[in-house]
Design a protein around this ligand. Structure first.
Ligand code: ADP
Length: 402
């Protein structure tokens, strides 16, 4: 087992990362390629990056890989021919041009489907079919599917997590009947459980980048929760039943024999950066007094509109009165965001998820000890360190098998 290795490949928003682990989950190799700052992302760029991180992995490990799994940005999709050659451009995770197509989907798809919205992979697939009508399309493939297919030398498979936004029904574990009139059935990939071995190859079905990052933290039991304090505040928790509450933007992914449910608030680090530089945040944080609340009742947002934990497109930011003292102002912002997170965990619990049993924190905000203390007091669940903070490690765990 010490000469058996498992590789996770993470195709993220800014580059490609490989982490290889051994049978004891110890990291044995790693490599990274960052895309040029203004590079347009396209499949050949991804593949070059994958080949480069593979080449940087020691031969002793590369030759003894027992499994490889790939995660990619969620909703990134392209069409390819029978040999996997792209027949269209790739539409990236945040591309919202498929607005008209999403309106059509809205009239057919059930409310709880993951295929809603202009950035869904289904909306993009319809757009691609309309704009590349005369190509020999054989497969619709997400970014992770296409890269895994290149590695496997065979295409046409995907995983239950990437396929949620393509319309796949994770509860019934099938492509739903309502999709039949929208998309030629032969384009839809064969869907595996994340971590499941694909045929006889060493490739295991992957997942999305955010789910791989969740897995990487070590969260794995019922009630294990992870908060991502990045530009937004994103909550995810392992639940024994799936939760679908589209008004709150809540969907559930199958993960092993449990479910991963989550929601995201528009509040978060992006609002902090409107008022403070990163240096200010560093400088002011030691002066915060988490045990002396300001008494201000902020709801920090950059603009009106909130989805979770309150579903209201007109929800107003509350950022006044502004104290003269910057430290007090920063503290009030962090208190407001801590309350939003707490309300998020309560909302998920109300909808059927467990209340957090343990909580891990990832993202830029996790480096703020005062904020961590405010949150831990308010939420009342034990805070745990993450095993790892990179999605590629989560993908490597999937490569060991489901
Ligand atoms: P993303 O990839 O979602 O943009 P990151 O996980 O890199 O975000 O986190 C960046 C966020 O972390 C920024 O929006 C910033 O507000 C926040 N951040 C950075 N430093 C601190 C700090 N010392 N205290 C609180 N928040 C911070």
């Amino acid at each position: 087992p010490n000469s058996c290795f498992y590789a996770g490949l993470d195709l993220g928003t800014s580059g490609c990362r490989l982490i290889a682990i051994d049978g004891n989950q110890a990291v044995r190799a790693g490599a990274r390629v960052v895309y040029p700052a203004d590079a347009e992302q396209f499949p050949a760029l991804w593949w070059d990056a994958v080949q480069q991180v593979m080449a940087e992995t020691p031969e002793t490990i590369r030759a003894n890989l027992q499994g490889i799994a790939v995660d990619g940005t969620s909703g990134t999709i392209l069409l390819a021919d029978a040999d996997g050659n792209p027949t269209t451009a790739a539409l990236l995770y945040n591309d919202a041009r498929a607005l008209e197509q999403s309106r059509r989907i809205a009239t057919i798809a059930p409310r709880e489907s993951g295929a809603h919205g202009a950035t869904s992979s289904l909306a993009k697939l319809l757009w691609l079919l309309e704009h590349y009508p005369d190509q020999p399309h054989a497969y619709a493939l997400h970014q992770a599917d296409w890269v895994a297919g290149k590695l496997a030398g065979q295409f046409g498979f995907s995983d239950e997590n990437n396929c949620l936004k393509l319309g796949y029904d994770p509860v019934k574990r099938e492509w739903p009947a309502w999709m039949k009139n929208l998309v030629p059935a032969h384009l839809l990939p064969m869907v595996y459980a994340p971590g499941q071995r694909v045929g006889e190859s060493i490739i295991h079905a992957g997942t999305t980048d955010s789910i791989a990052a969740f897995i990487a933290t070590g969260a794995s039991e019922l009630g294990d929760a992870v908060t991502s304090l990045g530009s937004t505040i994103a909550l995810k928790i392992i639940s024994d039943k799936p939760i679908f509450a589209p008004e709150f933007g809540i969907y559930s992914h199958r993960l092993g024999n449990k479910w991963l449910a989550g929601g995201a608030s528009n509040s978060g680090g992006a609002v902090l950066l409107q008022h403070f530089s990163r240096d200010d945040l560093q400088r002011l944080t030691p002066q915060l007094q988490p045990d002396k609340p300001t008494g201000l009742d902020y709801y920090p947002l950059s603009k009106p509109g909130e989805r979770f934990p309150h579903a209201d497109p007109q929800w107003l930011p509350r950022l006044s009165p502004r104290p003269a003292d910057d430290v007090q102002f920063l503290q009030a912002l962090l208190e407001g965001m801590s309350r939003i997170e707490h309300a998020g965990w309560q909302r998920l619990h109300e909808l059927g998820a467990p209340y957090p049993r343990t909580l891990r924190t990832v993202g830029g905000g996790s480096r703020n000890p005062a904020w961590m203390q405010m949150r831990e007091t308010l939420i009342g669940a034990p805070f745990l360190p993450s095993t790892h903070d990179e999605a590629a490690f989560g993908a490597a765990l999937l490569a060991r098998g489901a």
